[in-house]
Design a protein around this ligand. Structure first.
Ligand code: 13P
Length: 248
């Protein structure tokens, strides 16, 4: 059985002061959650939020990681830096990174490996654009992205990581994939993993859905057999809403 995992991607929201308020409000609301609960604040909030989490069941995640351990990469953050702060998860290859910041399948692969080497679990994002869905190439797109992200990785590492299927047209638009669409495409992603790494790995990898997931649609999405969790943007910024998603 795969343990469901609900993660909040705060994106570029929340000053440290706002972050404290959110975490203080959220922690008691999710204390009895049955799933794994993760929040991914911006880098500048991480150290601050890390101090608030002991004694809660909320794990800390980051929104990106560079592939080098250290060096002349102005503005970047390395996996060992995150690890030392107590970061357990890191989002890699979010479509906003791919769209606005030149992230490629190759850099997603490098970042994924860096996270794993540091003992941080990557949450690798894949997903098609509206145009790709309309052209009927969704399955091919997510398969290529998944296989490329996991290139040259050992089975043991792949088993433990998390994939987030986020159709780009559903992100921040209020337009959610239907539960059938989400389930079907996540099955395609799992099949791609099976093709490269075999059944045991495919059966263990957790695959989330992300894209306008909210308190209203969380339970029907989470009831689908292939959907193992959610990556939540907008609804993760309101403690009551995020808690309701967590308790789908
Ligand atoms: P929304 O939940 O705001 O659509 O964002 C989804 C997302 O991109 C999470 O990474």
């Amino acid at each position: 059985m795969r343990k469901p995992i609900i993660a909040g991607n705060w994106k570029m929201n929340m000053t440290p002061t706002e972050a404290r308020k959110l975490v203080d409000a959220l922690a008691p609301l999710v204390a009895d959650a049955a799933c794994e609960v993760v929040i991914c604040p911006p880098y500048v909030d991480l150290a601050f939020v890390a101090d608030l989490l002991p004694g809660t069941n909320i794990a800390l995640g980051a929104q990106n990681v560079h592939w080098a351990e250290k060096g002349a990469f102005t503005g970047e953050i390395s996996a060992p830096m995150l690890k030392e702060l107590g970061v357990k998860y890191v989002i890699v290859g979010h479509s906003e990174r791919r769209q606005y910041f030149g992230e490629t399948d190759e850099t997603v692969n490098l970042r994924t490996k860096a996270a794993i080497n540091a003992g941080i679990t990557p949450i690798i994002c894949v997903g098609e654009s509206l145009e790709q869905r309309e052209n009927g190439v969704t399955d091919a797109v997510v398969t290529v992205q998944t296989v490329a992200a996991l290139k040259d990785m050992p089975e043991a590492a792949v088993k433990g990581l998390v994939i987030a299927y986020e159709p780009i047209w559903a992100i921040g638009t209020g337009k959610t994939a239907t539960k059938e669409e989400a389930n079907e495409t996540i099955k395609v992603i799992r099949d791609a993993i099976r093709g490269v790494f075999g059944e045991a790995v495919a059966a263990e990898v957790r695959i989330q859905y992300g894209g306008s997931m909210n308190p209203k649609n969380a339970s029907e999405l989470m009831a689908m057999p292939e959907i193992d969790g959610g990556l939540i943007g907008g609804a993760s910024l309101k403690p009551e809403d995020f808690a309701r998603v967590v308790k789908y």
